[in-house]
Design a protein around this ligand. Structure first.
Ligand code: NAP
Length: 267
């Protein structure tokens, strides 16, 4: 099988990468960073986000798998001690996969240009130092005018990241949905927002139109600090594309949630 490895820039991850590379080649796999079938990310969930974006143009042809060299991750869920087992699976070329939904962002600019982006975790729209005011339309119909610090639109697999810190629900990645969560919305007798996180199904989209002409920040996954003064609208929906993760063994999502947030890691 053709493989590529992305590793976090720390000694443990680099050592593991060198070891893994040698052993996979010794077992007949081919190192091919340009057109890999499987990409092994070594580090944490942040490293997996980087791997995903590095191979975005090939997303439908690749499978990802993550080894964590820090704490258990949602994407990086193999431990270094399990490397031999992982190598066996890859060398056997018996690739079972699971697919996760992605977030598609369509951005329209005032000058008529537009841009499409994909996110594995989420996008956020945040003000710097003024209140962000934007109109939200769901499936083409006006829904509310949001006033506050910002909004987060997340995928199911991203629901355990920023979304969770904002009080959003944890969503099983088998559900093809996106979630909208608010950041410090203004709610009083004059201004109203729904206040609750909302899940949109695959056939719905949300369009966000900034109302006040302020600079704001658009982030997607680990990319941040993109200031958009001339954004007309941002449309978010479940992408038609999905990302594939290797499913060499059973490690149910809810078990990962429990081990990450409630209990000690498996020994
Ligand atoms: P970072 O600020 O260095 O790390 C953010 C943390 O989020 C890391 O602990 C990372 O895990 C974890 N993480 C990433 N994806 C996750 C997921 N799907 N489920 C659970 N935890 C996850 O930034 P980064 O490593 O480049 O990651 C970017 C992500 O940071 C964004 O996509 C956003 O979700 C998250 N973020 C969270 C907050 C917050 O919770 N208040 C604020 C800003 C950004 P690892 O340690 O395993 O890499």
């Amino acid at each position: 099988m053709r493989f590529a490895i992305t590793a976090r820039d720390d000694e443990r991850s680099r050592t593991l990468r060198d070891q893994l590379e040698q052993e996979l080649i010794a077992r007949g796999s081919v190192l091919d960073a340009a057109t890999p079938e499987i990409i092994i990310s070594i580090g944490g969930d942040g490293t997996m986000l980087q791997a995903f974006h590095s191979y975005l143009s090939q997303v439908e042809d690749i499978t990802l798998v993550g080894i964590h060299t820090g704490h258990l991750g949602f994407y990086a869920d193999w431990r270094p001690e399990e490397m031999d087992e992982l190598i066996r699976h890859i060398a056997d070329e018996n690739l079972a996969t699971v697919e996760y939904p992605l977030l598609e962002l369509s951005i329209d600019y005032a000058d008529g240009s537009h841009n499409k982006l994909l996110a594995l975790n989420e996008c956020t729209i945040k003000s710097f130092n003024q209140t962000l005011v934007c109109d939200l339309s769901i499936r083409g119909d006006y829904f509310e005018t949001f006033r506050g610090d910002g909004l987060c639109i997340s995928t199911p697999s991203g629901s355990t990241a920023y979304n969770k810190a904002l009080g959003g629900a944890i969503v099983h990645p088998a559900l093809e949905a996106i979630q909208i969560t608010e950041m410090a919305s203004i709610n009083n007798r004059v201004y109203r927002t729904i206040g609750s996180p909302m899940l949109l199904p695959k056939h719905h989209d949300v369009e966000i139109r900034p109302v006040n002409p302020i600079d704001f920040q658009l982030t997607y996954d680990h990319y941040a600090s993109i200031v958009h003064q001339n954004v007309k609208s941002i449309r978010c929906r479940v992408s038609d594309k999905k990302v594939k993760f290797a499913r060499f063994r059973s490690f149910p999502f809810w078990e990962r949630v429990r081990e990450s947030f409630l209990a000690e890691e498996r020994s």
